[in-house]
Design a protein around this ligand. Structure first.
Ligand SMILES: Nc1ncnc2c1ncn2[C@@H]1O[C@H](COP(=O)(O)OP(=O)(O)O)[C@@H](O)[C@H]1O
Ligand SMILES: [Mg+2]
Length: 317
């Protein structure tokens, strides 16, 4: 079940444990008396806000425990296994990859694994240049800006789409070289659709062993998408009528059932909510109703559907 978390994968655990171990005196991390569970409390409050994602939450908590014990072993002058934290994120758009990358960069900063813990989001165009020599330079510059933090490369599979002659290949080679030259100085996360990422790894056989953690971000269920919607609405200080919720749920279920390739999950929900908010504004201006209750409430009629067949009379209330 939990194969998303790669520590359970034998081949990769070997890679990790085959790395040389060092006594704490040689570790790059300063021993800090102040390490408390405060980072865990912060982490938990962020995880609590995320709907579903049980496997990822499990993995993040396990990572916290692992980092904490790492520190404790250092303090006790016990051997610690040096480990890199580069990761692969697989999943459709809107499944929370960027959200989790941000949460992890904060965690790595709070655990003093990374001094800055900033997150730089990049995609193919930020790494690949138009003429020979430009790509290596662009990629190196990007890594340089990421030092002390996390470099998140979205749709990473697109780097090897163009084959051998494409500059994307040069970007991958440069990234690999930079991972070696700047060991422990930044964390690289490569993200993209599951199938494309699997192909990408097959085409770059040197890569998988460099990424000890692989996280899968599954699509959300209709109920989870509705919970995400409710949370987004609460965050924006709005509320939904029961009819609006029902209508939205039907829309979400319809979307899921229609099996669109690369359905954009949380991002789709966000777009729908933002559109509802605009529709509500138009309605309120038209109705001339600006009392607090009216300002707060999103009604079923504020949700316009692309597919009219989903609308029933009850929703129009
Ligand atoms: N589990 C979740 N709980 C609450 N909101 C979520 C969740 N997953 C995604 N979202 C929201 O959906 C939107 C897209 O998420 P994002 O992390 O950008 O996805 P990705 O990077 O995979 O495309 C964001 O507004 C995010 O806050
Ligand atoms: Mg993203």
């Amino acid at each position: 079940m939990r194969e998303a978390y790669t520590f359970t994968k034998k081949s990769q655990i070997n890679v990790v444990f085959n790395q040389k171990t060092e006594k704490s005196s040689a570790t790059p991390f300063p021993i800090d008396e102040r390490v408390t569970h405060e980072p865990l409390e912060k982490l938990e409050s962020k995880l609590d806000r995320l709907v579903g994602m049980e496997e990822i939450k499990y993995m993040v908590r396990e990572l916290y425990a692992w980092l904490y014990i790492y520190r404790k072993r250092e303090e006790a002058q016990l051997k610690v296994q040096k480990q890199s934290f580069h990761m692969l994120f697989k999943g459709n758009p809107g499944t929370g990859k960027t959200t989790v990358a941000r949460l992890l960069s904060d965690l790595f900063r709070e655990m003093e694994i990374l001094p800055k813990g900033h997150l730089i989001e990049a995609e193919r165009a930020d790494l690949v240049g138009e003429y020979i020599g430009q790509t290596a330079q662009k990629t190196r510059d990007l890594v340089k800006r990421s030092l002390g933090g996390v470099l998140f490369v979205d749709e990473a599979y697109s780097l090897s789409r163009g084959g051998e002659k494409d500059f994307g290949k040069e970007a991958i080679d440069t990234l690999v070289k930079q991972m070696e030259d700047h060991k422990d100085e930044f964390i690289l996360i490569l993200a993209g659709y599951s199938d494309e990422m699997d192909d990408f790894l097959r085409m770059n056989p040197g890569l998988p062993s460099r990424f000890p953690m692989i996280l899968s971000f599954p699509d959300y269920s209709g109920m989870e998408l509705l919970d995400i919607a409710k949370q987004m609405i609460r965050d924006r200080e709005y509320s939904m009528t029961a009819e609006a919720q029902k209508k939205l749920f039907r829309l979400l279920q319809h979307k899921i059932a229609s099996n669109e390739p690369h359905f954009s999950n949380g991002r789709y929900v966000r777009n729908v909510i933002e559109k509802m908010i605009r529709q509500q504004a138009v309605r309120l201006v038209r109705e001339n109703s600006f009392d607090r209750d009216a300002l707060l409430t999103l009604r079923a009629c504020d949700l316009t559907l692309e597919d009219g067949s989903l609308i029933s009379k009850a929703d129009e209330a």
